[in-house]
Design a protein around this ligand. Structure first.
Ligand SMILES: Cc1cc2nc3c(=O)[nH]c(=O)nc-3n(C[C@H](O)[C@H](O)[C@H](O)COP(=O)(O)OP(=O)(O)OC[C@H]3O[C@@H](n4cnc5c(N)ncnc54)[C@H](O)[C@@H]3O)c2cc1C
Ligand code: SF4
Length: 330
């Protein structure tokens, strides 16, 4: 690992100032992603600003619904009674991720900002536009079994690997951030992560020095809380990233779907909310046939790579299964 300056921040203002002052500085939260990347020589911050003692751990009711501190751990968040009761989809998604030990360390802010698991991104001997802009993409013609089938560009075919964010997209969350000048802004989660385009080195829309303070959840429609399911398909039953994940939620009026949310994980550079699937569900009867039509609509524009054609059918089947479970038909 390269030498770096370690700064322990006393408050939010000094932490954002300390990061903003150095172009390659990074915040340190649980360290479960950043420290690994530093050891692999992929992240090379000359300054690391430790934010772990900031008072950003609270999970509390807010005017809009629920506010979840950026430094609350994944374990604290998944187990919190307000979340288990009102947003069980979020609990399911978090506990599907990583392992118990990692979730005890990992924070919500760090989880949102975790970087891709593309093998070529981790291998500094191969080209990678995300690691080094303009160097090329090892995965485009390489072993791309785990890579994107939607929204990719010739510059980058990586996926966003996280689980928690898929549920947050389905629940309509926003991310509250603080800029170094003290101003706060609320970023709708749909605008937080980005597609790669020509600048895959940027994973999200945060500006340098902006600190995530909290994740804000709107009041959950009672039905979305009851009729929701997170499905993660992976190579091993635990401690593995998804090949495909689905966050599904239904608002049902008897057997008719009033509203639906379908978000696919690990198929694109960001969680992929499918407007096509949701349109195919709205106003229809909640049946397996309806869910199959929605699944077909969601993957109609998929563009698989040489080694991940399997993700198209797997994605469709996963959508159907997640919706069947959300509707309590399976
Ligand atoms: C073996 C392994 C398996 C895993 N499996 C899964 C899985 O299946 N599913 C899943 O979702 N995740 C998985 N993870 C990822 C894990 O969830 C993340 O590493 C973790 O959530 C990151 O949180 P952290 O607090 O440790 O972040 P850090 O490593 O401390 O930080 C990550 C990034 O976020 C930035 N950052 C952190 N907090 C803030 C903030 N408040 N404001 C602004 N920037 C901030 C840091 O500067 C850094 O760039 C796995 C990780 C490992 C090591
Ligand atoms: S897919 Fe993206 S992260 Fe992976 S090698 Fe290509 S540019 Fe790098």
């Amino acid at each position: 690992m390269r030498p770096f300056e370690y700064v322990r921040a006393a408050d939010a203002a000094s932490s954002t100032a300390a990061v903003a002052a150095v172009a390659d500085a990074k915040f340190l939260a649980g360290g479960t992603n950043l420290v690994d990347l530093m050891k692999e020589d992929i992240e090379r911050p000359s300054r690391v600003v430790d934010i772990r003692s900031l008072p950003l751990r609270e999970i509390k009711r807010s005017r809009a619904g629920l506010s979840i501190g950026a430094l609350a751990t994944n374990t604290e968040t998944a187990n919190h009674p307000l979340i288990r009761e009102n947003y069980p989809l979020l609990t399911q998604a978090i506990v599907a991720g990583a392992s118990g030990q990692l979730r005890n360390m990992a924070t919500n802010g760090g989880n949102l900002l975790q970087r891709t698991r593309c093998n070529y991104f981790y291998d500094t001997a191969t080209p990678c536009n995300k690691r080094e802009a303009g160097s090329g993409c090892g995965a485009r013609e390489g072993l791309n079994r785990m890579h994107a089938i939607l929204g990719w560009s010739e510059s980058c075919v990586a996926t966003y690997p996280g689980d928690m964010a898929n549920a947050l997209y389905a629940l309509g969350a926003s991310v509250r951030v603080r800029a170094p000048d003290g101003r706060e802004r609320l970023i709708p989660i749909a605008e937080f992560h980005r597609l790669p385009g020509d600048t895959p080195q940027r994973d999200n829309t945060l500006e340098h020095g902006e600190l995530i303070l909290a994740i804000e959840l709107p009041v959950a429609a009672a039905d979305f809380a009851r009729n929701a399911h997170y499905l993660k398909v992976r190579d091993r039953a635990s401690y593995a990233f998804a090949m495909v994940a689905v966050a599904a939620a239904l608002d049902l009026d008897g057997g008719t779907i009033r509203q639906a949310r379908v978000v696919l994980g690990s198929v694109a550079h960001k969680p992929w909310r499918s407007a096509e699937a949701e349109a195919a569900l709205t106003g229809r009867r909640a049946t397996e046939a309806t869910f199959q039509q929605a699944a077909a609509a969601a993957l109609r524009d998929a563009r698989p790579l040489a080694h991940n054609t399997y993700k198209v059918e797997l994605g469709q089947r996963s959508i159907v299964r997640a919706l069947m479970r959300a509707a309590r038909l399976a």
